[in-house]
Write a protein that binds this ligand. Structure first.
Ligand code: ADP
Length: 662
């Protein structure tokens, strides 16, 4: 195997700035960004693949350092290009309707993970009169907020970060909104308050060493805010904290029109009821399904649930789907499901059970009761939607079997994929990622070879590098589209150009979508499987299934720690967790034995926080159930769950002992 990239052609740029003085910088930066992205794709992709495999702790540490370095290189590359585009006035802002409050919420939540691990909190408050739906560029708005909130978290060691959003005034162009991000962090010296908005400016030379970053974020944010008719300003007190104010003018949008823009057709309109006494899970399921276009109601109590089902049926609009917890307000979900199933009025309502811990016999119980699907928590949004699509017949399955995580995994259609790419490293990355999902992959390294391969084999998806020797990706696509049997064949452009306008060019050339290098394995999988229609159906190739999820999601934990700038403490925290785990379990066992409901709640809570921090997800979820049982004074349930907690804790400890050395 050769591990060096084949030399590539220089970047071809279709669009150049009108102002010749900007031409050189723009050309140079776009080319540097392009040429950096291609090898970075190899480094990031391969390191992610290796981190997923078995490694000694020393190898793992080295791989992680490689990944961190590559990621920071990528950030700098993106910032640089972004900055150059803004300076050359080359950024086109989108004008689409979006849910402003949803955007603020999701941005704050994402950064809250980082904040939580640093022991600080993020809160946000949106004034009543701020329009919920606005028109503008949600991606760029999120970029500014992420930069400001991200900085606030980065430079705060104690206290918290608050975000407030108020409506300043209504103007002819729209609503002038004021976003204020306050922190209780290190503050900024008065004489540096202006300079930090300059490109590459940081308060002092130690900032980059200590906190990372390139000093481009604020200058990009300010330029973007100005494009939105506003600005970014700052006041600060050294040692006390800073306050960044960002203003923008956004046109309020019609809620219904926005919903229509977002609506997805496949599942849209179907009514679903979510019955769960845990508000966070209920809301999560509700939001996921609503985003897919379902009409969803959520209820907390069993009686309310049955009443809602009855009412909907009476009105002639029965729920097509009931998603419920296996344990609701101290009642057995299976019993409730049986009641629903036994009533002919609800014959058309399909039932999905969410269980906290997959127990042996769950499948049989579901079948006995007449439940069509069960999923074990934590459930991802994709998994939920896949299962719902299968249940509601948006995806046709050959036989009416019980839908479980395993069935979803097994029934995902295996695709036949052609990769046309001349860079050996990138070929390896894409191939390894796709083969691990069970897909069949063929590789060619010129456009002409791609055209030939398509004449021979019936592919589901083609990944097409744009710049290849002999015949480039665009020419090859044109040739492929000449064939009547390949008119609908999904073709994805692979490009290292991160500049706008390129995607349109590829679409115009007949390509369906575009992946910008470096892409994440997950991005590649999602796009390919979406375009190739790898939804549940027949299995066409016999490939080994993916390994089961591990008791601790170490990759996720490491990533979160890295984002929090605490990567050096990963091993220490895991060590502390291991040392404490037995003691925490003993505390819980004693409380259960003593029948002390409050003690159970507290012990479970403390253990859960520790488990959640290291991403021992199943253990954390089980402990959450124990905590709920403690709160509800349900000693029987707590005692029942204890054995599962013991087993999961043992699995976590074994796993950590095998994968890390202290
Ligand atoms: P970066 O964070 O990548 O260095 P920015 O342009 O976002 O670049 O910020 C420039 C500099 O401004 C930072 O390096 C830091 O010195 C200072 N700064 C920004 N936000 C804050 C804040 N909330 N508290 C203290 N210093 C800040």
């Amino acid at each position: 195997m050769r591990w060096f990239p084949i030399p590539r052609h220089p970047a071809k740029l279709e669009t150049m700035p009108d102002d010749p003085t900007k031409l050189d910088e723009w050309r140079l930066i776009a080319k540097v960004s392009h040429d950096l992205r291609t090898p970075l794709n190899g480094v990031l992709g391969l390191s992610e693949l290796m981190l997923d495999s078995e490694l000694s702790s020393e190898q793992r540490r080295s791989m992680e350092l490689i990944q961190i370095s590559a990621e920071s290189l990528l950030t700098i590359t993106s910032d640089l290009l972004d900055f150059s585009r803004l300076r050359g006035e080359r950024v086109e802002l989108d004008n689409i309707a979006f849910d402003l409050i949803g955007l603020i919420d999701s941005t704050a939540r994402l950064l809250a993970v980082r904040a939580f691990e640093r022991g600080i909190e993020i809160s946000y408050d949106v004034a009543e009169d701020v329009p919920r739906t606005v028109r503008g560029d949600p991606g760029r708005l999120r970029q500014i907020l992420t930069n400001l909130i991200g900085n606030a978290v980065k430079f705060t060691h104690e206290g918290g970060v608050s975000v407030t959003v108020v409506l300043d005034s209504m103007r002819p162009a729209g609503a002038q909104l004021r976003f204020v991000v306050r922190d209780t962090g290190i503050g900024i010296p008065a004489d540096k308050l202006d300079a930090i908005f300059d490109e590459y400016a940081q308060v002092d030379a130690s900032t980059s060493r200590k906190y990372g970053g390139s000093g481009l974020g604020l200058s990009i944010s300010r330029r973007l805010a100005r494009r939105m008719g506003g600005d970014v300003e700052v006041t600060s007190q050294l040692g006390k904290g800073s306050e960044f104010t960002f203003t923008a003018i956004l046109e309020p949008a019609d809620e219904k029109a926005a919903a229509a823009e977002r609506a997805q057709v496949t599942l849209s309109g179907a009514r679903a009821l979510v019955l769960d006494d845990n508000p966070s899970i209920r809301e999560l399921v509700q939001q996921t399904l609503e985003a897919a276009g379902l009409a969803v109601d959520g209820v907390e109590g069993v009686d309310d649930g049955i009443e809602a089902l009855q009412k909907a049926a009476d009105q002639g609009e029965p729920y097509r789907l009931l998603i419920m917890d296996a344990w609701i307000s101290r009642r057995d979900g299976y019993e409730i499901a049986r009641t629903v199933r036994d009533d002919p009025v609800f014959a058309d309502t399909r039932i999905m059970m969410l269980t906290s811990a997959g127990r042996r016999g769950d499948g049989r119980r579901c079948r006995d009761v007449g439940i069509q699907a069960y999923l074990t928590k934590p459930v991802s949004g994709d998994e939920l939607l896949d299962a719902v699509a299968v249940m509601l017949g948006a995806v046709v399955r050959p036989t009416a079997t019980l839908v479980t995580r395993h069935v979803l995994e097994e029934s995902r259609r295996r695709l036949c994929i052609l990769i046309a790419e001349d860079n050996v490293v990138n070929q390896q990355v894409a191939t390894a990622v796709l083969r691990r999902r069970g897909h069949t992959v063929d590789i060619v390294d010129t456009g002409a070879a791609a055209v030939e391969a398509i004449a021979q084999t019936d592919y589901d998806v083609v990944l097409m590098d744009i710049e290849m020797p002999e015949m480039d990706g665009l020419e090859a696509t044109a040739a492929i589209r000449q064939r009547p049997d390949a008119a609908q064949l999904p073709i994805v452009a692979l490009t290292a150009h991160a500049i706008g306008g390129e995607q349109e060019r590829y679409r115009a050339a007949g390509m369906d979508d575009c992946l910008t290098k470096p892409f994440r394995p997950q991005e590649l999988i999602q796009l390919v499987e979406h375009l190739g229609g790898a939804t549940p159906g027949a299995r066409t190739a016999d490939q080994p299934p993916r390994p089961p999820p591990t008791p601790v999601n170490l990759t996720e934990f490491r990533r979160a720690m890295r984002e929090a700038g605490m990567e050096e403490t990963v091993e220490t925290i895991l060590g502390v967790f291991l040392e404490d785990a037995t003691e925490r379990l003993t505390a819980l066992e004693s409380a259960v034995q003593a029948g002390d409901a409050d003690g159970i709640r507290m012990a479970a809570h403390a253990f859960r926080s520790a488990a959640a921090t290291v991403r021992a997800t199943n253990l954390a979820e089980l402990l959450h159930q124990v905590e709920i049982a403690g709160q509800a004074n349900d000693l029987g349930r707590a005692a029942d769950l204890l054995q599962q907690v013991r087993e999961e804790k043992a699995a976590v400890v074994d796993f950590l002992n095998q994968t890390t050395v202290y």
